[in-house]
Design a protein. Sequence first.
Length: 280
Amino acid sequence: MTIRTWLITGANSGFGRHMTEQLLERGDRVAGTVRGMDAMGGLKERYGDRLWLARLDVTDTPAIRAVVAEAFRDLGRIDVVVNNAGYGLFGAAEEFTDDQLLHQIGTNLIGSIQMVRAALPFMRAQGGGRIIQLSSMGGQAAFPGGSLYHATKWGIEGFIEATMLDVAPFGIGLTIVEPGGARTDFRYRSAMLGTKLDAYDASPASQARGIIEEAQQPSLGDPAKMAAVIIASADRHPAPKRIVLGSDAYGAVRRALTERLASLEAQKEQAQSTDVRDRA
């Protein structure tokens, strides 16, 4: 087994926490970024210098650049960067304030983009590396009440997929992870709702509000198993473009792609009819 150094955002909870614990247990080093240090005390005491910690709010771009530079300087080399930090904002598009909109995009989309941008110069200089982007089944499929969350996940998937092509000559591989529901605190503790508008009581958007407010629908996914698959992906060459985790994710993504492909095929003749026809 190769011993690696990992940089994981949001290392204190969810997939980030599971990955951090599993990596430290097997002997790897982890540079974890967190918004508060309290949750990491036990791990720091147990693993000492193998757990490097820094406070970071990923909406703060100058702080991202400073923390990434410090981590590479202190640890010498970082083999894998995991963009894990994020949260869900749910409700109809009209139900969000402008500040909520900007914070969701700033955290899930811009924060992830800036982490990649900050890490790439160091990975090019060291001759390669791996970047793993936590997305969601919501990066391929859309559900009622998820307009802003989907905007961030569809957006980051496009950014990562294009960046894969740009940095491949440098030995840097990128992977998008698309989990379904998992038994972390994402849905019932980290998720946020917009301000309720009664007009949407009759809309499918109200379904998302009901699921979160009732907090009675357990997710299917085992986060420890999912974290183990994500970790193992670092050993795969070339880097897998996408990893779908969870039977719900597989079903949702398959339905979305099948419907999209059928719609595309139905437009083949129309699409071709709009080409310029040069005269002989």
